[in-house]
Structures are given as C-alpha cells and as structure tokens.
Write a protein that binds this ligand. Structure first.
Ligand SMILES: Nc1ncnc2c1ncn2[C@@H]1O[C@H](COP(=O)(O)OP(=O)(O)OP(=O)(O)O)[C@@H](O)[C@H]1O
Length: 270
C-alpha cells in the first residue's frame, strides 16, 4: 500500500535575538521523516518545546520548512500553494473558538473554503454545507447559528465539518480536544473514528496525552528537542519503549512501565 502522507527530512530552525546584536539558533525540528497510510492515525507525542507544533504547522503549510519535503498521494506540497494543499490536508487547532470569526454564521464559515477553492454554484455549496453538518451530528439549522451560541462540543463538530468540507486525505489535530471534558471528548473521538472509517481519512494527532493515543493511534512518533527519538507501532512502542524519553512519558502517564497486564487492564478511555 502506498502511503498517503510522506514526510522527508523536514527541518526548521528559528533565530532568536540575544543581547543587542547577537542571536541564538533554535533547531525546533531536525530532519524528521515518516509516512502514513490511508485510514491510519499517527500520534506525535513529546514534552513542551519538543517541536510537535512546528512540525504540524509545516505539514499544514502555515510555516515554511528550511529543508525537506511533504507529499500527499504522490503530490509534492509546495509552501505557499494553499489551493492545492487545503484540498489534501487540513488542520484542527487546540482553541477552536479563536479559529472562528465570531461575526460569521456557521454556514458562512463553512462556505469560505468552498468559495475560495471550488467552482461550485451557490446551491451546490449549500447542499455540501448541509451534508457536512449532518455528517458531524449537527443539523441544517445550525448553519444559521453564530459560534458564540454553540456549546464547546458543537463548536468542535463545526471545526471538524470545516476540515472535512474540501474532502481532504489527511487531517491534523493539534492538541485539538484538550479543552473538552471527558464525556464530550469521547463523543468527538467516536465521531472522528467513524468519519475516518467512512472517508478513509488519515489522521495526525499532536498531543502530550499518551493515554488517549494508546487507544486511537496506529503509529506513534516520539519527539524530543526537535528530533524523533522513537517511532513505530503504538502498542509495541508503548509496551517496550527503547528510549529514555518514551519510558519517562509512559511512566509519567501510567505510573509504571506498561506491562502486558497494565495494558490490558487500563480502562481509562480518553
Ligand atoms: N515562532 C517561533 N519563534 C521562535 N522560536 C519558536 C517559534 N515557535 C517555536 N519556537 C521554539 O521551537 C521549539 C519547539 O517549539 P514547538 O512549539 O514546536 O514545541 P511543542 O512540542 O509543540 O511544544 P508545546 O507542546 O509547548 O506546544 C521551542 O524551543 C520553541 O520555543
């Protein structure tokens, strides 16, 4: 099976002023490579400052890589070519509230990507908007709501709808569900999983929450200081972590190394 997403030697360095004339260089992402197959989920895990968000921002085209390249379905993504990229790869952010323009109704928020990136007529766009709202468990009526009157879980559904509306291959979630309470989070995760199955979507989930990733990811990539310190099948990596960093992350979440018994008896869901 050919991977849907291929990332090769992606790097990003920041130059930060130091003193009056000097500067320091921060290597936020150091030559990261990975690939992801159709319908699969990759978790990118790491402590604060390990480079996860910088990697996610390069994937979605918000930041230019210094080196390396990104391919979706054999198509190389060029920085600045938003038209091509947004039909292939979309992102959902941690704070959905600040990603919506509060002056726009939901229907308008969902119409913007369609208007900017398709040649569909008004009535065709309307059909798509109602359809995507239904897919995420909302109704046509919600198209006339403003984000401010919606509950956190409903706004998360709108964010999913906006990510889905151009029918991308890959969706990136940057700590996207952190703000939700546990029951809301599990509802949204179940929705994400059923949409993934229905549309054969590939997900990249950037998080520090190893517990949730144990349940929903197929592959894991552990980052530290901009580098990938370990990667592979989620169950195998978490059960027998080779790097100190992964061992610490596992122990800090599960309170111990993850034995076969702990794995089986861990019933904490999301
Ligand atoms: N725009 C920027 N300018 C300068 N340095 C930056 C910038 N963005 C990130 N960095 C630095 O790059 C490194 C990686 O940051 P990044 O936000 O990618 O890590 P992270 O793993 O996502 O952390 P967190 O979980 O806290 O978001 C950090 O040292 C950070 O301070």
């Amino acid at each position: 099976m050919n991977p849907v997403l291929k990332v090769r030697n992606l790097s990003k360095c920041f130059q930060i002023p130091k003193g009056l004339f000097g500067h320091i260089m921060i290597e936020a992402v150091k030559s990261v490579s990975f690939s992801l197959n159709e319908g699969k989920t990759l978790a990118i895990i790491g402590e604060n400052g390990s480079g996860k968000s910088t990697l996610a921002k390069m994937l979605v085209g918000m930041m230019s890589p210094d080196e390396g390249d990104i391919w979706v379905e054999e198509q190389k993504l060029e920085y600045g070519d938003y038209q091509t990229r947004c039909k292939l790869i979309r992102m959902i952010f941690q704070n959905v509230d600040s990603s919506f323009d509060p002056r726009l109704k939901i229907g308008k928020i969902l119409d913007i990507p369609l208007k900017q990136n398709t040649t569909l007529s008004t009535s065709e766009r309307e059909v798509l908007i109602y359809d995507v709202l239904k897919q995420v468990g909302l109704s046509a009526e919600h198209a006339s709501y403003y984000p401010s009157v919606m509950a956190a879980g409903q706004k998360q559904r709108v964010a999913l709808a906006r990510a889905l509306i151009l029918q991308p291959k890959v969706i990136i979630f940057d700590e996207a569900l952190t703000a939700l309470d546990i029951s809301m989070r599990s509802q949204i995760i179940n929705l994400m999983l059923s949409l993934q199955e229905e549309h054969k979507l590939s997900y990249v989930y950037v998080t520090q929450d190893i517990g949730m990733m144990k349940h929903i990811s197929d592959q894991i990539l552990v980052m530290h200081d901009g580098e990938v310190v370990e990667s592979g099948n989620t169950a195998e990596v978490l059960a027998s972590p080779l790097s100190d960093i992964t061992q610490k992350l596992v122990q800090s979440y599960f309170g111990e190394a993850l034995t076969a018994d702990t794995w089986r008896t861990d019933t904490r869901m999301f």
